[in-house]
Design a binder for this molecule. Structure first.
Ligand SMILES: Cc1ncc(COP(=O)(O)O)c(C=O)c1O
Length: 362
């Protein structure tokens, strides 16, 4: 018998996700500004809740996540029935593709869009369609022009990663309202908490049946290592996603940590304020060194260098000085480095080191 074992269509087109580097060979205390993590760590209450829940690891976890959904609903003024919890917002993205896109269908992401949109689309057997942005900003007209009768999902992050740019609510509404009838608009709000008084697009969902929002505990809540995200959308869509969700996708320590974190409103406030202050400082300091960036609405700055070589050499220089940032050539931005807004000393150190590099090289 000759075996013919082959993966499903498109799986072999997937390029593996590249995480931000976390180590520099030979250096024990590198400063990591490569994965948009919270420099203040995790709220104490979330750590305590995680540890406490770990005493019950022999028990299967709750399957409906009702306590966490209720807590999220209370904090954000949302109906808990319309919330789904997943292993990071990555898993919600996967559920959406799995449930709504398959062979022959198209899923739109934008030019510099988050790479999991393409990966999850291909994993579902569907075809990713990449739409140009306008100067690193999502272009609603270009997306609408790219829609066909095969378009099933449109993914945008607002604010976007790795550009940090945002489009306004009117543009988002125009996008939602202009989509073909079979398409869902997914608003990825991984960085929504960094924008003051921004609901991530939740209000749009109240009046539309084709919009889903995804959110994460990985960024402002400092729980990237615990893997917790959630989605909010029309009841019919959430019920559909729950059909593909594994019943025990979340462990009790994850659920308990997220519940404690979401209730800690002072934490969110403090982290947002510090991020806003230090992000402005960092962008300004880079500009003084001749390195521009777009106004960022997230917890990172996308620094633009003259060309690919300069960005690559600067990255190497930063590494040799114990600083890890993110190259984003794979996102179509070869002349850029994405720098997470760290604590004050990290911001000062990274700006100073970039200044030193440019003094020597320009
Ligand atoms: C835009 C965007 N969406 C989603 C995610 C995934 O986050 P999570 O850790 O919740 O899976 C990230 C993580 O970097 C992101 O930048």
């Amino acid at each position: 018998m000759t075996r013919v074992i082959e993966p499903q269509p498109k799986i072999l087109d997937i390029t593996l996700y590249q995480g931000g580097p976390s180590k520099i060979a030979g250096q024990d205390n590198a400063v990591k500004l490569s994965s948009n993590e919270n420099p203040f760590g995790t709220p104490d209450g979330a750590k305590a809740a995680f540890t406490k829940a770990a005493h019950q690891l022999h028990r299967y976890p709750n399957t409906d996540h009702s306590a966490l959904r209720q807590a999220i609903g209370d904090v954000h003024g949302l109906d808990p029935q319309q919330i789904i919890v997943g292993v990071g917002s990555d898993e919600i993205i996967t559920f959406l593709c799995q449930a709504y896109a398959g062979v022959g269908d198209e899923v739109i992401h934008t030019e510099h869009g988050f790479s999991m949109y393409r990966i999850s689309t291909l994993a579902a057997g569907a075809t990713p369609v990449c739409v140009p942005e306008r100067e690193r900003v999502v272009d609603v007209d270009a997306i609408l022009a790219a829609c066909t009768n095969k378009t099933k999902i449109v993914f945008i992050a607002n604010p976007a990663n790795p550009t940090g740019t945002m489009i306004g609510q009117r543009e988002v509404s125009r996008l939602a309202d202009g989509l073909p009838p079979q398409a869902i608009l997914v608003l990825d709000g991984a960085y929504a908490e960094y924008v003051e008084a921004f609901d991530g697009g939740a209000a749009l969902i109240e009046t539309r049946d084709n919009v889903v929002m995804t959110r994460t505990f990985s960024k402002i809540y400092g729980l990237g290592g615990a893997r917790i995200g959630w989605g909010y959308g029309p009841q019919e869509i959430i019920d559909t996603l729950n059909r593909v969700r594994g019943p025990f996708n979340m462990s009790e320590p994850q659920l308990a940590a997220a519940e404690a974190a979401v209730k800690d409103r002072d934490w969110v406030e403090k982290c947002r304020e510090e991020n806003t202050r230090l992000r402005a400082w960092l962008a300004e300091a880079l500009m003084e060194h001749g390195v521009p960036s777009d106004t960022s609405c997230a917890n990172f700055v996308l620094a633009r260098f003259i060309d690919n070589d300069e960005a690559e050499n600067c990255d190497a220089y930063l590494k040799s000085n114990g600083l890890l940032v993110r190259r984003v050539a794979g996102y179509g931005l070869p002349n850029c480095l994405r720098i997470t807004v760290g604590d004050e000393s990290s911001c000062r150190r990274v700006a100073h080191t970039i200044g030193q590099f440019l003094e020597q090289s320009r």
